[in-house]
Design a protein around this ligand. Structure first.
Ligand code: ZN
Length: 505
C-alpha cells in the first residue's frame, strides 16, 4: 500500500507526540551477571560465554557492582530519584537470542526515575522529562547466513549475551524530529562525559527507538502509536521520524486509520516499513527474580557517586557562555567534542599567565583545529599540544607572526608535532613589527616608486596598497602590514590642501 502524501496543511493541523527509548551498553569489564569479558569486538563467535550467559540449568547470576554504579551515575546526572531498595524482575518471552527464556530486568523499581535532559534546538533550549533508567542484560546476537549448500541458516553468537544494558525512557514530550535527534545526541554526549558508555551508534552500543503518534493540535488524547526501530545514526533518527510524521499525517488527512505497529527504518529507501502489528499489548509475565536478592542502595554510596560526577555538558556550555563570553554556537561546538573541549581547556590553562582571550582560543580550536582534524583520516587524527597552541596564539596576538602564517604553523605542528618556535624559525615567518627596523625599507620603496608615492600624497589612498605590497615583497612577507601602513601614511600623509575626489563637483 502506498501512502497518500501529506500536505503542508495536514502537517500544520497535526502535532507529533514522540517518546524515545534508548538502550545503551554500559562500559564495564565484565558482563552483568557473570565474569565473561565484554571486550568481544572482533573475537570469534561464542568465545566470550559461560554457563551463566548461555542460560544453562543451575547456573546462578551474580550482580556486577560497576554496572549498578553506572546507572546510579546516570540517574544522578539527569536529576532522577533512586529508591533505597530495588530488585530484579524476570521479563518472560521466547526468542532464539534469549537462552533462558527470560531477561533479567527491572520492572516497577528502576534504579533511576523521574529525571530530565535539556537540549539546545534551533528554537532555543528544550527540556525533556525522563521517566526512568533501569538495568538489564543484553541478548545474544542472531546472524543470518547461507550454509554450505546455499540453505538459509540462523546462527547464534552468545558473546553479547548478558552484557549490561541500560534502558532510558522519556515521557512523550518530544514534538519534532529535530528534537528527537538532539535528544539522542545530548544523551550520547552525557553518557560519554560521565564515562558510562562509549555509546557508539554504529557499533550498536546506543540503540534508539521512537514511539510516534499524531493528534490534532490543541487536543490532549494520544493518537495511535507506532514504534520505529533500526535507526543506526543520528541522521537516520531525524529522517525516520520526519518520514513517519508525514506518513501518518497523509493517512489521517485521507480519512484513513493508523495501525498500532512496529516499523523498521530503511536508510537506503528512506522510508519506514512494517515489521509486525501489535494486536494486544505485550504480556511479559514479570515476576521477581528468585535467584538474586533485592538490591539496597546505601545513601553514602550514592552520595559518593554523585560527588564524583564531572562537569556535565549543559553546565559546561553555560559556563563557557556566561563566564568566558563565548557565543552559544562556539560553546555548543566545543562541548560536543571531547578532543576540542580538552584542547580548549588546556590551551586556556597554558596561556593563563599571558591572559589569552577565551574567544580567541575558541576560534582557533573550533576553526583551525576541528577543520584540520576532521579532514584527516581517523587513523592519523593529529594531536595538538596545548602549550604549543597557546604559544602560537600569543605570537599572532602580539603581531610577531601574521594570522595567515599562524595557520600554516599550526598545520605544520599538527602534522609533525614540531614545536611552534622551531617551525616559525625554520620558515622565517617571524613578522617584523618594529617600525625602526622597517624604516629603511619603507624609505627605499618610496624612492623607488615616485609615481605611487605622488598618488598617495595627492590623496589617492588606494595607491598605498601598492606600496605596502612592495615592502612585503622586499621583506619576503615578514613585515607587519599594519605597521608598514602607519609608516607610509606618516611619510606620505595627504596634504592638508588636497581635496578628496568627488567633493569639488
Ligand atoms: Zn558469561
Amino acid at each position: 500500500m502506498t501512502n497518500p502524501p501529506a500536505t503542508a496543511d495536514a502537517l500544520d493541523r497535526y502535532e507529533a507526540v514522540i517518546g524515545i527509548e534508548v538502550h545503551c551498553q554500559l562500559r564495564t569489564a565484565s558482563k552483568m551477571f557473570c565474569g565473561c569479558s565484554t571486550a568481544y569486538d572482533g573475537a570469534a563467535p561464542n568465545t566470550h560465554a559461560c554457563p551463566v550467559c548461555l542460560g544453562l540449568p543451575g547456573a546462578l547470576p551474580v550482580i556486577n557492582r560497576r554496572a549498578v554504579e553506572l546507572v546510579l551515575a546516570t540517574g544522578a546526572a539527569i536529576g532522577a530519584r533512586t529508591p533505597d531498595a530495588t530488585r530484579w524482575d524476570r521479563k518472560n518471552y521466547f526468542y532464539p537470542d534469549l537462552p533462558k527464556g527470560y531477561q533479567i530486568s527491572q520492572y516497577d523499581l528502576p534504579l533511576a526515575a523521574g529525571g530530565s535532559l535539556t537540549i539546545d534546538t534551533s528554537d532555543g533550549p528544550f527540556s525533556i522529562r525522563i521517566t526512568r533508567a533501569h538495568l538489564e542484560e543484553d541478548t545474544a546476537k542472531l546472524v543470518h547466513a547461507p550454509g554450505t549448500g546455499g540453505e538459509r541458516l540462523s546462527l547464534v553468537d552468545f558473546n553479547r549475551s548478558g552484557v549490561p544494558l541500560m534502558e532510558i525512557v522519556t515521557e512523550p514530550d518530544v514534538r519534532t524530529a529535530e528534537q528527537a535527534r538532539r535528544y539522542a545526541e545530548e544523551l550520547q554526549l552525557l553518557l560519554r562525559t560521565i564515562g558510562v558508555s562509549d555509546a557508539d551508534m554504529e557499533r550498536g552500543q546506543l540503540r534508539v527507538e521512537a514511539n510516534v503518534s499524531l493528534r490534532p493540535r490543541g487536543t490532549e488524547a494520544f493518537g495511535t502509536r507506532v514504534e520505529v526501530k533500526n535507526m543506526n545514526s543520528f541522521r537516520s533518527v531525524e529522517r525516520a521520524i520526519t518520514f513517519e510524521i508525514e506518513r501518518q499525517a497523509g493517512i489521517l488527512e485521507a480519512g484513513g486509520e493508523l495501525v498500532q505497529e512496529t516499523r523498521g527504518w530503511s536508510d537506503d529507501r528512506g522510508e519506514t516499513y512494517r515489521m509486525r502489528v501489535k494486536e494486544t499489548s505485550d504480556d511479559y509475565r514479570y515476576f521477581p527474580e528468585p535467584d538474586l536478592p533485592p538490591l539496597r542502595v546505601d545513601p553514602a554510596w550514592l552520595d559518593g557517586i554523585r560527588a564524583a560526577l564531572p562537569e556535565l555538558p549543559a553546565a559546561r556550555r553555560a559556563r563557557y557562555r556566561e563566564q568566558l563570553g563565548l557565543t552559544p554556537y562556539d560553546a555548543g561546538v566545543l562541548v560536543a567534542d571531547a578532543d576540542a573541549t580538552r584542547l580548549f581547556e588546556a590551551t586556556l590553562a597554558a596561556g593563563a599567565d599571558g591572559g589569552l582571550d577565551p574567544k580567541t582560543v575558541a576560534n582557533w580550536v573550533t576553526g583551525e583545529y576541528l577543520r584540520i582534524r576532521n579532514a584527516a583520516p581517523s587513523s592519523t587524527a593529529p594531536g595538538a599540544d596545548p602549550i604549543e597552541l597557546a604559544a602560537l596564539i600569543r605570537l599572532v596576538v602580539d603581531g610577531a607572526i601574521s594570522r595567515a602564517n599562524g595557520k600554516e604553523v599550526f598545520e605544520a605542528h599538527l602534522a609533525t608535532g614540531e614545536r611552534v618556535e622551531a617551525i616559525v624559525g625554520a620558515r622565517g615567518l617571524r613578522q617584523i613589527s618594529d617600525a625602526d627596523a622597517l624604516a629603511g625599507i619603507v624609505d627605499a620603496v618610496i624612492l623607488a616608486n615616485p609615481a605611487a608615492a605622488a598618488d598617495v600624497r595627492a590623496g589617492k589612498t588606494q595607491a598605498i596598497g601598492f606600496l605596502v605590497g612592495a615592502v612585503m615583497k622586499q621583506t619576503r612577507g615578514q613585515a607587519n602590514a599594519a605597521v608598514v601602513q602607519v609608516a607610509l601614511r606618516a611619510r606620505l600623509g595627504p596634504g592638508p590642501t588636497a581635496p578628496r575626489a568627488g567633493e569639488d563637483g
